[in-house]
Design a protein around this ligand. Structure first.
Ligand code: PNS
Length: 160
């Protein structure tokens, strides 16, 4: 049986930190499904289609990664996709409380699905999609924090 993990998130947009987690996750799992939460109730800077495009271009050439979208409960999606684990990256202590809650709730909802955390690489410890969008909005140089096509898309989006 292949070991499959779902790597869920908003990916609005994907950052180098996300790519790092997905690549390292492939040392633990045979197949990783990067799954974008389709949540019409939450404002996103990029559409789901744009986010999928950026993800697929940013991971081109990496075998055993696929992309998908999901709605509803993550554990239901994981079970449907025959994934035994949810993969999440953990940056600083500030991430811990939310991640802990999420993991415990998911475990309560389905004990068959484990959560596996990977510590974000030190280079990406302060990298988040939100802070990158904020910097890009005001013309800041974030080119070493995101894949080149995401950098281009952010520039186009913010007109700089
Ligand atoms: O990148 P994010 O926004 O931190 O990702 C959050 C995500 C998508 C992992 C989380 O919101 C999620 O799994 N949502 C789906 C609904 C769900 O199952 N929530 C957890 C138990 S209530």
């Amino acid at each position: 049986m292949p070991r499959i993990a779902v790597y869920p998130g908003s990916f609005d947009p994907v950052t180098n930190g996300h790519i790092d987690i997905a690549k390292r996750g492939l040392k633990l799992f045979d197949h990783i499904i990067i799954a974008i939460l389709h949540n019409p109730g939450k404002y996103s800077r990029f559409t789901v289609e744009e986010r999928l495009e950026m993800l697929s271009e940013s991971t081109a050439g990496i075998d055993d990664i696929e992309f998908d979208t999901f709605d509803g409960l993550l554990v239901d999606y994981a079970q449907k996709r025959k994934a035994s684990a949810v993969l999440r990256g953990m940056r600083a202590v500030s991430d811990f409380e939310y991640e802990f809650q999420l993991a415990l709730m998911n475990r309560k909802l389905n004990r068959e699905v484990e959560t596996v955390f990977l510590m974000t690489g030190l280079r990406w410890i302060f990298t988040s999609s939100s802070i990158i969008k904020e910097a890009a909005r005001f013309g800041g140089d974030i080119s070493d924090m995101v894949p080149p096509m995401v950098n281009r898309r952010l520039k186009a989006k913010f007109g700089n």
